[in-house]
Ligand binder design. Structure first.
Ligand code: NAP
Length: 283
């Protein structure tokens, strides 16, 4: 990297962002592609969100990622949304085109890429999503238009799962959608996704579900990536489940953002393999 007048800046905005892995991932991508670009993280207070967006536009940033808690709040400051952001109702990626801010959402595609890279086939599968927050919503809405046969939501707050299910039913009549928040037998599910914050640092002892309720052949995915080996996945490995780590989705959604910003196709497999060797995983 050469810090000079030509260097293009990209950034993450959110609060807090101090522990984010996104700067490492994106700066690694710029190095890998031999580009003189840099990616930084801005901790933005809610009162400064509007001015931050104006500043980013005025200063000619190359592209922006948005994280908790602004994925929905940021929408009112954008000029347009692409189909992914409209469908999910939240934005994690902003592209600046001719001075206009366009919002995208790469969380859903990142999740699908992660499954594909792990050779998980979705056709006819029954999927259980734990959680009904922002990430669960992005995953659920994306899966709703895949080839799965049944999608169930299980959430600590039953009503939130119900609201999401109602929305999913409208989106696709070909998939069976159910609320599994109160069920005690979850053995029919082929894939179980933790999209809750349970187990996320510093609450590392929390587990989102009792694995005794699930099928021993179910694939377990955790989208929590700090720590890398969550208690959910650790218990799953001990029981012989195939597991998929949250860092893979984080990398996949970041690479999807890069393709949007730079209008290029990236060798995702090569970059991901190298990144997984280099990134400092918090165990
Ligand atoms: P959110 O909108 O705040 O939703 C949090 C969800 O977790 C809600 O469903 C909440 O249930 C549930 N929850 C929280 N604590 C819980 C506990 N102790 N036990 C059971 N359920 C609990 O957050 P989010 O944006 O969806 O993010 C969720 C997680 O996904 C975070 O760890 C985030 O870092 C991760 N994430 C990862 C990626 C990636 O690329 N790997 C991308 C996005 C998000 P209630 O509704 O009952 O409160």
């Amino acid at each position: 990297m050469k810090i000079d007048a030509d260097m293009k800046t990209y950034a993450l905005i959110g609060n807090p962002v101090t522990k984010s892995s996104s700067p490492f991932i994106h700066n690694y991508v710029f190095d890998f592609l031999d580009q003189n670009k840099t990616y930084i993280a801005h901790n933005v207070a809610k009162a400064n969100l509007a001015n931050s967006i104006k500043g980013i536009k005025a200063l000619g940033y190359g592209g922006i990622n948005v994280t908790i808690p602004y994925k929905i709040d940021v929408i009112e400051y954008l000029n347009d949304l692409d189909a992914s952001a409209k469908k999910i109702g939240a934005v994690n990626t902003i592209k600046i085109v001719d001075g206009k801010l366009i919002g995208y959402n790469t969380d859903g595609i990142g999740f699908l890429d992660m499954l594909e890279e792990n050779e998980v086939r979705l056709r006819g599968k029954k999927v259980l999503i734990l959680g009904a927050g922002g990430a669960a919503r992005a995953v659920a809405i994306t899966l709703a238009s895949s080839q799965i046969s049944h999608l169930s939501i299980r959430n600590r707050t039953y009503e939130k799962a119900d609201l999401l299910i109602e929305e999913l039913i409208q989106a696709n009549k070909d998939v069976v959608f159910t609320n599994a928040s109160k069920r005690q037998n979850l053995r029919e599910f082929d894939i179980v996704v933790n999209a809750t914050a349970a187990g996320m640092f510093p609450h590392v002892e929390e587990v989102p579900i009792d694995l005794a309720l699930t099928n021993e052949n179910a694939i377990l995915c955790d989208i929590v990536y700090k720590p890398h080996l969550t208690k959910f996945l650790k218990l799953g490995i001990e029981k012989g489940h195939k597991v998929i780590y949250g860092i893979e989705m984080l990398i996949a959604q970041a690479l999807a953002s890069q393709e949007i910003w730079q209008d290029i196709k990236i060798d995702k497999v090569a970059i991901k393999r190298n990144l997984l060797e280099k990134i400092e995983l918090e165990l």
